[in-house]
Design a protein around this ligand. Structure first.
Ligand code: MG
Length: 202
């Protein structure tokens, strides 16, 4: 199947991993280390939820200000754009934090993306809703969309939507919770270029 669009996870995929310290956020929220943050917050009562989202927003803002483009992110995005491939972002973070972090990119801006899906406008990954919305916005089938992410929830969401998936592994020592087998495993965003071109009919 020809790849006709790419949907990127944001933190740790298009940005250098580690700007967000999830363990620190979890500790400050009293979220169990093995539970995803958003699901933990949703399990709280309304009052505690509001407090928790405020705290999360503050942590995300701090992280977004210091986050930097992942190696090759800007040039690879430019090349994919030159191929007329629609690109999107899907993240469990807030839209504000994505916009803030994009300020730290020199040559990439919000207009380079056909769609930006965040927890503010879509049910978060691993739910496939965002992936399906992205494919529809790009005017392509879910199986023509490649989802690129660095975490289990990314691969789960892409897989559940019927999209192709690529797991990017910057640090081989990092443990990732169980997830479906991705279609591709890459160590650098540049590897996306041959993946896209080899999907085209000869
Ligand atoms: Mg990520």
């Amino acid at each position: 199947m020809v790849i006709k669009g790419i949907l990127f996870d944001f933190d740790g995929t298009l940005t250098v991993p580690g700007a967000i310290n999830f363990l620190e956020i979890k500790a400050s929220l009293r979220c169990p280390p093995d539970m995803p943050i958003l699901e933990f917050i949703e399990s709280l009562d309304k009052y505690e939820q509001q407090k928790a989202y405020k705290l999360l927003d503050r942590h995300e803002e701090k992280a977004a200000r210091i986050s930097l483009p992942a190696q090759g992110a800007e040039s690879v995005i430019r090349e994919l754009k030159n191929e007329n491939l629609p690109l999107g972002i899907i993240t469990r973070n807030s839209l504000d934090s994505v916009l803030l972090a994009l300020n730290n990119f020199d040559n990439i801006c919000v207009d380079d993306f056909a769609i930006i899906l965040t927890r503010d406008n879509v049910k978060p990954k691993p739910d496939p809703a965002g992936v399906l919305i992205a494919a529809s916005k790009m005017g392509i089938l879910p199986e023509e969309l490649l989802l690129v992410g660095d975490f289990s929830l990314d691969i789960m969401a892409g897989h559940a939507a019927g999209a192709k998936t690529a797991l990017i592994v910057y640090d081989a020592t990092r443990t990732i919770p169980p997830h479906p087998e991705p279609d591709y495993k890459i160590n650098h965003l540049r590897e996306l270029i041959p993946i896209v071109s080899s999907s085209k009919p000869k």
